[in-house]
Design a protein. Structure first.
Length: 184
């Protein structure tokens, strides 16, 4: 892994995505800080660095497709599949809707999902893994074979254990503690 690029992305996350205030996370847990990775992932530099660094983790697990719940998984999935294209890797993306839309094709899983491909779920920041496991359930319902989970930032609040219970290999690029320390 390019440690200079990793440090550059960490500093960008600390500067652009770290927020200190009381709020409720998607997991329902209260927190006194939030890491909104979208602030970083929608910057060209952030998308580039996240895509390049996360691609390495994804390819190490021989993943052929990845995605997760809209909207958290969208920018990180896009960054990784663009990096895959730059490197000639066979990797496609998808996203899972919370609900099926009443119009259009009425699909819960959108994008280039193929049930037979080795699949992983991803999110930008993961606390307990609940959103990713919701995606896993939808993918299983569609015949998918999910083998791994990924996060840009892990809050270290139970996701590793939840994914292990579901037989998923779990990898992440940063811990929330690293982002918090870089902000100081």
């Amino acid at each position: 892994m390019d440690m200079k690029a990793r440090q550059e992305l960490l500093e960008l996350l600390a500067r652009e995505s770290y927020i200190e205030r009381k709020l409720t996370l998607a997991s329902g847990r209260p927190s006194d800080y939030y890491i909104d990775c979208k602030h970083t992932l929608y910057l060209p530099q952030g998308a580039y660095l996240a895509g390049e660094l996360m691609l390495e983790l994804v390819l190490a697990q021989q993943i052929q497709q990845l995605g997760g719940m809209a909207a958290g998984a969208l920018p990180i999935t896009d960054a990784i599949i663009v990096a895959a294209y730059r490197h000639g890797a066979d990797l496609t993306g998808f996203f899972v809707r919370k609900e099926i839309k009443p119009h259009g094709t009425q699909q819960r899983i959108e994008g280039a999902f193929r049930a037979e491909r080795r699949t992983a779920v991803i999110d930008d920041t993961i606390t307990t893994g609940g959103s990713s496991l919701e995606a896993v359930s939808a993918l299983h319902d569609a015949g998918g074979r999910v083998v791994a989970a990924f996060a840009l930032v892990d809050r270290s609040e139970g996701a590793r254990e939840a994914f292990a219970r579901h037989g998923l290999v779990y990898s992440y690029l940063f811990t929330a503690d690293e982002v918090r320390a870089a902000r100081k």
